[in-house]
Design a protein around this ligand. Structure first.
Ligand code: BGC
Length: 269
């Protein structure tokens, strides 16, 4: 039981919250007292399990199915959220996919799918949230800001990634979308930031950590010599959504065990 919840009385929507990083973020926000929408597109049973876990911890949550790359789905998801919780204070744009392939054989379909979900999905959800933030404004006593948006990016908004051109492009796009939104919306008291996770143990990268050989190889890229866990991101998201980070605007917080420190240069160069 958290005696001093940082997000009391606030409502949050986390996209792609039925597994991995999104699940940990949903749980962390709920632990800080927020009502949480657990968005999902497949595996409703996993979304229900996240809702149940939050309720067992004494929190409030609901699962909503929506494809974040579909405008109508997104608008209907926000409406369902407002019907239950009345408004939105925090949006975590987390839903994301990888469709990896060598560049020359990357299909247009796989290019579009990744850009649609990872980048356009964040645009569509942010636009709905911003409409509500502007309409409602700051609620004194609830938060200093009229709304907070956290965009889940990646170290690959900085590190080029061969074999993953669609994914890296989507993350590079998220950085500039996030910063431009932050610049435009900060005067309206809307805080837009990003989190850039490194290698976090989730289903998206299971091949990179689920055997001792793969994990050892991955660790050569991580100066801190630990593969991340979803809770590492959940804690940062809860803080970035709270008034404790009220003066952080338009920044990406990297949570990567030092992956961005170019460990290949430790003994080279
Ligand atoms: C990717 C993971 C990868 C990590 C570090 C993330 O954005 O989704 O598959 O392990 O970056 O390279």
């Amino acid at each position: 039981m958290n005696l001093n919840p940082k997000l009391k009385g606030q409502s949050a929507l986390v996209t792609g919250a039925n597994s991995g990083i999104g699940e940990a973020v949903a749980i962390a926000l709920a632990n800080e007292g927020a009502n949480v929408v657990v968005n999902y597109i497949t595996h409703p049973e996993n979304a229900d399990a996240v809702v149940k876990r939050i309720e067992q911890n004494g929190g409030n949550a609901m699962a909503i199915k929506a494809d974040v790359s579909n405008e109508e789905d997104v608008q209907s998801m926000f409406q369902q959220m407002y019907n239950k919780y009345g408004t939105i204070d925090i949006l975590v744009n987390n839903a994301g996919i990888q469709k990896d392939s060598p560049f020359e054989s990357m299909s247009l379909e796989d290019w579009k799918l990744v850009i649609d979900v990872n980048l356009t999905g964040q645009f569509l959800c942010s636009r709905e949230a911003v409409k509500e933030f502007l309409k409602r404004g700051v609620v004194p006593g609830r938060s200093c800001a009229a709304g907070k948006i956290i965009c889940m990016s990646s170290v690959h908004q900085v590190i080029p990634w061969a074999g993953h051109v669609n994914y890296a492009s989507s993350k590079g796009g998220i950085e500039m979308m996030m910063k431009s939104m932050a610049q435009e919306l900060a005067p309206k008291k809307i805080r837009v930031n990003a989190i850039g996770p490194g290698a976090i143990e989730t289903p998206i990268n299971i091949n990179a950590w689920d055997t001792p050989e793969a994990a050892a190889k991955l660790l050569t890229l991580i100066p801190y010599k630990r593969i991340g866990v979803p809770e590492d991101i959940g804690k940062v998201a809860a803080w970035l959504a709270s008034d404790e980070s009220d003066y952080i605007v338009g920044t990406t917080v990297f949570v990567d065990g030092g992956m961005l420190l170019y460990p290949g240069f430790t003994t080279n160069g």
